[in-house]
Design a protein around this ligand. Structure first.
Ligand SMILES: [Zn+2]
Length: 384
């Protein structure tokens, strides 16, 4: 937990007293000059502490942004600890920013928004907070970077954008719940946390080919986070889960400091978003694990990129290392295993560079090669 030492808020001080030092020392977020939510509680029973935090702050009318699956699993905890004054908002069914602003009237009786669930629900909570001007707190059910970042990934007019949003007033990570993480969710989170292995390379290609301004220190750190996640051997072990949290929390801090999701979102996310736009129902992180493998193969044929990595003191991870690690965790490493036809994948490769809104478009390795060349390289590597 962090309390702003220079300007202590009495509510935060009281909440800090309620929360003894977390037993997961490795999960305590280190002090960094990054922008992040002022209160972060990581402990057993953290959600119970969230209810005390709400009482102390006078948050008596709470709007919970969640979905029916999460509500079925966790709704009872909320009712037990927060009382009956909960308003439920179906986050995933209000995907567009415009819908969030129209639905803000639902919140007229609320004085706090709670984002409950994974990245999608948390991002929707942020959008509701933005348009209703209400404070929000995060009760994550998995280790998603969305809890700490001041950006939401949303679809506006059919295009994916990274929209700036208010930071959470507080984040309550209940380690009792996290250790019961569904294995498929953990796997998906792991796949997503490998994204910087390609996103960082894409940022450098953008600098080399287009002169884009980058922040090398943060890019290097993001690459290290991904390399560390790649070395996780068992995502269901306590050590594996801790490392996965650390990776996600550090990504959020890095994105906040960078001012955009660029260190963690490049060609791998572009292809994944394109597949989504074409109707894929695959879990986000499973898809991103595979597209990260795709990206590392494409980067391995960019000689100037390897040279730049060496100059920057970045030890490049080979596509073979990514493949071995993905296979170990049971990820698809061939297009057929992902359940996508070659034709469909080619369609996604065409769409990927255009999937982000025009003012948010990112140059990636997909702009260096045409789709035919990309498919040829991937076929040679045995991926498609
Ligand atoms: Zn992602």
């Amino acid at each position: 937990m962090k309390v702003n030492a220079t300007n202590p808020d009495p509510v935060q001080v009281a909440a800090a007293r309620l929360a003894p030092l977390p037993s997961y020392d490795a999960l305590v977020i280190p002090e960094r000059p990054y922008v992040s939510p002022p209160l972060q509680v990581i402990s057993s029973g953290a959600w119970r502490r969230a209810s005390v935090y709400c009482q102390l702050n006078g948050y008596a009318s709470i709007a919970v942004v969640t979905d029916s699956v999460i509500d079925r699993h966790f709704g009872a905890y909320l009712e037990k600890w927060f009382g009956a004054s909960l308003i439920y908002i179906d986050g995933p069914n209000a995907k567009k920013a415009g819908e969030c602003s129209r639905d803000a009237y639902v919140l007229k009786d609320a004085n706090l928004i709670v984002g409950l669930g994974g990245g999608t629900n948390i991002d929707q909570a942020k959008m509701f907070a933005k348009y209703s001007h209400l404070p929000w707190i995060a009760l994550p059910t998995k280790p998603t970077a969305a809890i700490l970042s001041g950006h939401a990934s949303v679809v506006v007019n059919g295009k994916r954008v990274s929209e700036q949003t208010p930071l959470a007033k507080a984040v309550f990570i209940d380690q009792d719940l996290f250790t019961k993480l569904d294995p498929l969710c953990a796997k998906s989170e792991l796949g997503d946390s490998l994204s910087s292995l390609t996103a960082v390379g894409d940022a450098y290609l953008s600098k080399m080919d287009r002169g884009t301004t980058i922040q090398p220190k943060l890019l290097k750190e993001a690459y290290h986070v991904a390399s560390d996640a790649l070395a996780i051997t068992n995502i269901q072990s306590t050590d594996g889960i801790r490392r996965l949290y650390r990776a996600n929390l550090r990504y959020a801090e890095i994105m906040n400091a960078y001012g955009s999701s660029m260190p963690c979102s490049g060609s791998e996310h572009a292809i994944s978003h394109a597949l989504d736009a074409m109707g894929s129902s695959q879990l986000h992180g499973i898809q991103v694990g595979f597209t990260t493998l795709v990206g590392t193969h494409l980067h391995s044929s960019c000689g100037d990129l390897s040279e730049t990595f060496r100059e920057q003191g970045i030890e490049p991870v080979s596509p073979e290392q990514v493949q071995v690690s993905l296979q170990k965790h049971g990820f698809p490493t061939r297009l057929s295993e992902l359940g996508v036809s070659r034709e469909r994948f080619e369609g996604a490769l065409h769409l990927a560079p255009k999937v982000r809104a025009a003012d948010d478009r990112r140059y990636t390795v997909l702009d260096r090669y045409n789709v035919g060349e990309v498919v040829e390289k991937l076929a040679k590597a045995g991926l498609v």
